[in-house]
Design a protein around this ligand. Sequence first.
Ligand code: 4AD
Ligand code: MG
Length: 432
Amino acid sequence: MTPTLISKINLFNGQEVQLQGWAYNFRSSGKIFFLQLRDGSARVQIVYSKADVSEETWAALESLRLESSVRVLGRVKEDSRAPSGFELDGIGLEIVALATDEFPIGKKDHGPDFLLDERHLWLRSDKQWAIQRVRNQIINSTYAYFAENDYVKFDTPILTPTSCEGTTELFEMDYFDLGKAYLSQSGQLYLEAGIMSLGRAFDFGPVFRAEKSKTRRHLTEFWMMDAEAAFVEHEGNMQVQEGLICRIVKDVLANCQHELKVLERDTKPLEAIQAPFVHMTHQAAIAKLRELGSDIGDMDDLGADDETILTQQFDRPIFIEKYPAAVKAFYMKRDPLNPEFVLNNDLLAPEGYGEIIGGSQREDDYETLLARMNEHNLAIEPFQWYLDLRKYGSVPHSGFGYGLERITAWMCGLQHIRETIPFPRLINRLTP
Ligand code: 4AD
Ligand code: MG
């Protein structure tokens, strides 16, 4: 018999099926044995009656330990009390591998450090399972959205000779006879080369930042999606971001209802996410924050707390536009109407989540860009290729990057982003 996924047993009502997975939980009355089986696709209860199964099957059931791997033979039946609407009458049980130790993660509450030490096992629990599935939906929606909008996936390098987002958070290493190499902070600069060939492109991969701060929003290794498009200016850039975020939220609500329920995520705030998003200049944001009691200065960057306060004022994401050039990266194009500011945006997610996207129109004039790089004290030679892009048919162009873990935390309603990536890397954590 071909094994079936638990998520597909509704197709086999009344029939015998074989399932394979792990014993998530069980209890026995002595005569009836209730087994909770999970196989990655879903979870289901199998009810065995001592009177109806062979002695071997009953003995196997009684020998079970949590998280043992098993094959189950049973008959599917509808049951309105079951979360999926189905359960199985147990017929047979074959143990694939009996767990040799007590599973360290029990049903009681554990502290975050213990759970992170046991991350390789913690991933099996319901909520962690749900988070990874929501993350996967966000990835799938991102690929779909860009495919539908004629973007080409363009794989940017991880080992790089320069920084993209400033030098204070770079991981560096010796690179053979060529001096230092750095782990990429964002594929953006390479993507700018890509769009001069492909028009529209995106990358998606791990990036690295030696963040010295311990916050609930920062990892040292995280997944970034950068998107870039030729002939798109500041306004158009924000439209692409709005479309992408609306698509992700819509798909998560459509396809991850069960996962959101497992996570006890209130879905009402997500259902409120619709275009148009709120737009606010940095200047207006500063004024608003002052009105709310902050003493933030005119030309200050927004801190995490400022973002949280702003997001609590609205039920949808907020574009904060046109930051002071002094607090942003060298490649951002100045606002021609007000050259102390740049044509950029951060996108803040509601409910206190804050920045999920950073984007901007890029400086496309050779001499201006060169001057900016000098102002930022960047060595020109390793960036010559980037400057070259402004020599051969430069065009107005814009792009943005999102942090996958930030969006996942928001969708799942999590306090800390460490649970959104399978194996989090933090300033004080490199294992497992
Ligand atoms: O705002 P950032 O630094 O923008 C860039 O790197 C641009 N080069 C992107 C581009 O224009 N193509 O980072 C983009 C996003 C942030 O908005 C945030 O969501 C996430 O990456 N991010 C982090 N996520 C987790 N941990 C960290 N340490 C992060 N730093 C940034
Ligand atoms: Mg940013």
